[in-house]
Design a binder for this molecule. Structure first.
Ligand code: FAD
Ligand code: SIN
Length: 529
């Protein structure tokens, strides 16, 4: 058992939310940041389109608030929406100070456009915004003597014990147990305050734009520890993921449609968004465009639809989308002259651990920020490029609340070491692979873009069976990252299906043939452990 050095604050996750919190905390506190795998392994590094902020004189906070709530189908909490959107310009300023090289338009920042936005308001670094943001945040964190970055640590569970009692399921959080992925040893990381910033659960679906590690670990850990989880049925599908037999999760940014790209039937060339949303066409909110693409594919038995921007001048296309252009050229597609084959794929987890404006969870000692949370910003469907923004604002909010209340936080008590006395090395790793694939496949087929109660019940049944099998496996064998992820993936799947079964209406991303109408009053789905 390794007992790592104790820090003041433990941050789980090195993406936009975790590093924003860490940098703000490190002004006075010693912060330990843990990441599963590489420090750049989260979604942040892969963000393409950009960050939404009202920066244009012709735009207003009210416009951005309205667009966010229209996309969110009224399920958003207005005070959260105002809280985040009013802090966006300051968040962009801080990123500029950290050296993020946003594209310029003369003396101003260049603003691109994405679906659901009534104005141009997306600041970006070409079509690879996340990479630049992640690099700037990491550089600042690496240079800060108060921050220790520890990659290759897969947190297993939050420590909620009191005086040696492990996993009480109630009470306070004192840190986390984490697997050192290189040595296979389990470490105990104690802290007065813990910030969960572990990203989404996209990999619960067979097709997802999210990176490999998006297995809902933080949501599952918080749920097991006793936190409420909200709106997990609101899984966002992006309309335009590249269709390619080898490259399975490459996103084609919504900004391609923002800069004039058309969606076309691949055989007839019909611009079919006219049949679904004739006013907003390709720039309708994401749920509408994703459902239209799914409908075309299913109705006509297609493998994909076409996204075409070849009517724009080649230089314009190359200048706006250099990363995508180059990636596609490598696959034999020249987007300046040819359409791009695309399909919908899971993209973002709108639900998560319930937090307030101070980023507090239900458990004292535990704050949460970013994609693992449900803060009230996104409602039933996230507006494009509002997610990174939420990470910056809530990462800072968590840090502020911790610092404001520091004197009331007590030191961790004695906590038991991780107990490995009753487990052995697995001789049946195939169980993990089999179950992982099975979950992702039935979630795609039964809990996808268009749902029915019967399909959801089928999924619930499969989950029940798998829970026994995975629980048994977890109880007998030493933990590995794959096993930790499988256990969490299954937990996330259960939360999604339970939430979907309990919503008897269609709203935003949750569309069910059995309840096609939208209720007059918007209600959150809140699951209580
Ligand atoms: P992540 O950036 O996902 O980071 C999660 C961190 O937690 C990682 O460091 C990971 O290693 C760590 N972690 C996870 N599990 C564990 C564990 N068990 N133990 C220890 N550490 C753990 N949003 C926008 O606003 N604009 C965009 O243009 C945009 N484009 C996108 C493009 C793609 C392809 C994708 C997938 C998403 C995009 N999004 C975009 C969404 C946005 O990128 C994410 O919502 C956001 O980056 C999430 O940040 P985060 O800090 O919450 O989590
Ligand atoms: C994109 O670039 O299309 C993704 C933007 C987002 O997810 O907010």
């Amino acid at each position: 058992m390794i007992m790592a050095e104790q820090h003041d604050v433990l941050v789980i996750g090195s993406g936009a939310a975790g590093l924003s919190a860490a940098l703000a905390l490190a002004e006075t506190k010693r912060v330990l940041v843990l990441a599963k795998g590489d420090l750049r392994s989260g979604s942040t590094a892969w963000a393409q389109g950009g960050i939404a902020a009202v920066l244009d004189a012709g735009d207003t906070f009210e416009n951005h608030i309205r667009d966010t709530m229209v996309a969110g189908a009224g399920l958003n909490r207005r005070e959260t929406v105002e809280f985040v959107i009013e802090r966006a310009p300051a968040a962009i300023d801080r990123l500029c100070q950290l050296g993020v090289p946003f594209n310029q338009d003369g003396a101003d920042l260049h603003l691109t456009r994405e679906g659901g936005h009534s104005h141009r308001r997306i600041v970006h670094v070409d079509d690879a915004t996340g990479w630049a943001v992640q690099a700037a945040l990491l550089k600042a964190a690496e240079e800060n003597p108060n921050i220790t970055l520890l990659p290759g640590r897969a947190c297993i569970d939050l420590i909620t014990g009191r005086n040696g009692e492990k996993f009480s399921g109630e009470g306070r959080v004192w840190g986390a147990y984490a697997l050192d992925e290189a040595s296979g040893k389990v470490e105990k990381h104690l802290a007065k305050a813990t910030v969960l910033a572990s990203g989404g659960a996209g990999r619960v679906y067979l097709f997802s734009t999210a990176p490999r590690g998006a297995t809902g670990d933080g949501i599952a850990m918080a749920w097991r520890a006793g936190c409420r989880v909200s709106n997990m049925e609101m899984m966002q599908f992006h309309p335009t993921c590249l269709y390619n037999l080898e490259v399975k999760n490459f996103l084609i940014t919504e900004a391609v449609r923002g800069e004039g790209g058309h969606l076309l039937h691949p055989e007839t060339g019909h611009r079919y968004m006219a049949d679904y949303d004739p006013q907003r066409m390709e720039l309708a909110p994401r749920d509408i465009v994703a459902r239209a693409n799914d409908d075309q594919i299913k109705r006509y038995g297609l493998d994909y639809v076409h996204l075409d921007i070849s009517h724009q001048p080649p230089e314009f296309v190359k200048q706006h989308f250099p990363t995508i252009h180059e990636k596609l050229l490598g696959l034999g597609i020249d987007m300046t002259t040819q359409p791009i084959p695309v399909v919908p794929a899971q993209h973002y987890t709108c639900g998560g651990v319930l937090v307030g404006l101070d980023a507090r969870t239900d458990l004292p000692g535990l704050w949460a920020a970013g994609e693992c949370t449900e803060s009230g910003l996104h409602g039933a469907n996230r507006l494009a490029s509002n997610s990174l923004l939420e990470c910056f604002v809530f990462g800072e909010a968590a840090a502020k609340d911790i610092l404001d209340n520091w004197d009331d936080l007590s030191d961790p008590p004695a906590i038991k070491d991780w107990d490995e006395s009753r487990v052995t090395d697995s001789d049946e790793e195939v169980v993990i692979k089999q179950n992982w694939t099975e979950i992702r496949r039935f979630m795609w087929n039964y809990v996808g873009i268009v749902r029915t109660t019967k399909r959801l019940e089928r999924a619930a049944h499969r989950i029940k069976l798998l829970k026994d099998e995975v629980g048994d496996y977890y109880g007998h064998f030493r933990v590995t990252t794959d096993l930790i992820e499988l256990r969490n993936l299954l937990q996330a799947a259960e939360l999604i299906v339970q939430s979907a079964l309990s919503r008897h209406e269609s709203r935003g991303l949750h569309y069910t043939l059995d309840y096609p109408e939208t209720d007059l009053i918007a209600r959150d789905t809140v699951l209580v452990p």
